[in-house]
Design a protein around this ligand. Structure first.
Ligand code: HEC
Length: 116
């Protein structure tokens, strides 16, 4: 009976490893989807905002992102699971999470020189 658990643990370990390995691909795929599906038209090339609010860096939680896509609050078009499966939303979310924070003004010499 104990031996039945060993293959299960192995399967879990392999599956977890596979997910970890998928992460960088998700970011690249998410970036491609973000542009190809037009998020950038309203939310900016890197999610910095435009006609729509800023999405990155520091996106809202995944649950909020998927809720907005499936049931947009006001002006945003709807993205149903038919046109954008959950796996694509997860990839876009991985991309938004990967957008680095900008430097603080105090770390930029030209801006530092201008500060009083
Ligand atoms: C036509 C313009 C437009 C497009 C295209 C668009 N959005 Fe939006 N988005 C908006 C607007 C406007 C809002 C503000 C809420 C509303 O009006 O529904 C919003 C809100 C959001 C929010 C909630 C942000 C917050 O802080 O509450 C998320 C997340 C989001 N959009 C993600 C996306 C993603 C991902 C895509 C691409 C699949 C996308 N949007 C495409 C216009 C757009």
């Amino acid at each position: 009976m104990q031996f039945a658990f060993v293959p299960m643990i192995l399967v879990c370990a392999i599956a977890t490893g596979a997910f970890a390995a998928d992460k960088p691909n998700d970011v690249a795929r998410g970036k491609q989807l973000y542009t190809a599906t037009g998020c950038d038209q309203c939310h900016g090339t890197h999610g910095q905002g435009g006609a729509g609010p800023r999405l990155a860096p520091g996106p809202i939680p995944y649950e909020g992102v998927i809720m907005q896509l499936r049931k947009p609050r006001v002006r945003m078009p709807l993205y149903s699971a038919v046109v954008m499966p959950d796996s694509d939303v997860a990839a876009i979310f991985a991309y938004l999470q990967s957008v680095p924070k900008g430097k603080a003004a105090s770390e930029i010499p030209l801006l530092k020189a201008l500060s009083y």
